[in-house]
Structure formats: C-alpha cells, structure tokens
Ligand binder design. Structure first.
Ligand SMILES: O=C(O)[C@@H](CO)OP(=O)(O)O
Length: 206
C-alpha cells in the first residue's frame, strides 16, 4: 500500500513580497505566488500524483495555493480539511513590521533569534517549539492515521508550521531544521512506512 504525504508551502504572498513579518495575518497570493502554485500542480501532475485527501490552514495564501494545485490536477472537488493548527507561527507584536526595519530597530542578531532560534518566541508570539506543540499533535491525531490507512494526502501550509513537521519526519535537530529554508510553492514528497517513518523524501526544489 502506498503511504504518500506531500507537503507544500504556499506561493509568494503580498507580505512576502513586501518583506513583512506575516504570521497569522491573512494576505493574498501575489501574481508570482499564483504562478508558483500552478507550477507546483503541474510538477505533481507530471509525476502522475493524485490525492485522496487535503489539509490546509485557515489562511488564504495556503488555501489558494492548494486550490490552484488541485485545479491543475483536475481534483478541485477533493475533500479538504482546514485547521488553525496548521497556521503559520504567530509572530506576535512584530507582525506587520518590515524585516529590514526590524533589523535596524532591534539589531540583526535579535531579529535572527526571533526568526530562526528554536525556542525563543518573538514578543507575544510563538517560537518554532511552540508551533511544533500544536502542529505535531494535530498531525499525529488527524493526518498521519489517514496517510497510514492509504489515503494519499497533500498538506498546503506555511514555512514554520511545515518546518516543525519536517523536523519530526526527518528527525532533524533544531540546528538542522532552522537552516532549512522552504521555497514558496515547492512540493516535498514523502513516502512513509507502516509506522509513519520516512522511507523516501523528494524535495522538488532539488
Ligand atoms: O513572515 C512570516 O510569517 C514567515 C514566513 O514568511 O517569515 P520567516 O521567514 O521569518 O519565518
């Protein structure tokens, strides 16, 4: 039996383009983001992949990315479950701030710690560790059992919610995961064994 799990970060959003901390804010995709999502769909179609179930966050950039991918695959009516557990990490008080302006105001090092340390949250927001603490229980309770039952599953979510999942799937250390940058609209294809361990991983970013 095939146990297929595809993860994809949303295409470029308006706030990615403006270089703003986004978190739980809900900007739309840019034109480039739409193109990235369509091209992710084409890549999956070329690989002859099809899905039985989809998951996404409650944020439109992830939902629209998923919708465009499914349209390319001719699967726009696929059962889709939307859950806040898959949302981007909450950036708290710095949400909406320009990332370069934040570096000027708080210093390069502090901003790097907020963005890429494992367990230091930005003020009023979530660290990657805190993000994992909501993503992983949801993955284990809701998504994994479906994958293990043979439902080919796609998850369209966000840089940091997916990082916490990838860290767990690939058994990475905090240092390893924090160096991993996920491309917008780039699918990562996992095949799992019957216990949910990764048998193979293919990152279409190459
Ligand atoms: O702004 C955000 O919400 C995220 C993802 O774009 O940014 P970062 O790269 O700092 O994790």
């Amino acid at each position: 039996m095939e146990r297929l799990l595809v993860l994809v970060r949303h295409g470029q959003s308006e706030w990615n383009l403006k270089n703003l901390f986004t978190g739980w804010k809900d900007p739309d995709l840019t034109e480039q983001g739409v193109a990235e999502a369509k091209s992710a769909g084409e890549q999956l179609k070329d690989m002859k992949l099809e899905f039985d179930l989809a998951y996404t966050s409650v944020l439109q950039r992830a939902q629209k990315t998923l919708g465009l991918i499914l349209e390319e695959l001719g699967q726009q009516d696929l059962e889709t479950i939307r859950d806040q557990a898959l949302n981007e990490r909450d950036y708290g008080d710095i949400t909406g701030m320009n990332k370069d302006e934040a570096r000027e105001k708080f210093g390069e090092e502090q901003v790097h710690i907020w963005r890429r340390s494992y367990d230091v949250p930005p003020p009023g927001g979530e660290s990657l560790k805190m993000t994992s603490e909501r993503v992983l229980p949801y993955y284990r309770a809701e998504i994994l059992p479906q994958v293990l039952s043979g439902k080919r599953t796609i998850v369209a979510a966000h840089g940091n919610s997916l990082r916490s999942l990838i860290m767990d799937l690939e058994k990475l250390t905090p240092e390893q995961i924090l160096k991993r940058e996920l491309g917008t609209g780039t699918p990562i294809i996992y095949r799992l064994d019957e216990d949910g361990n990764v048998l193979s991983v293919e990152d279409l970013a190459g």
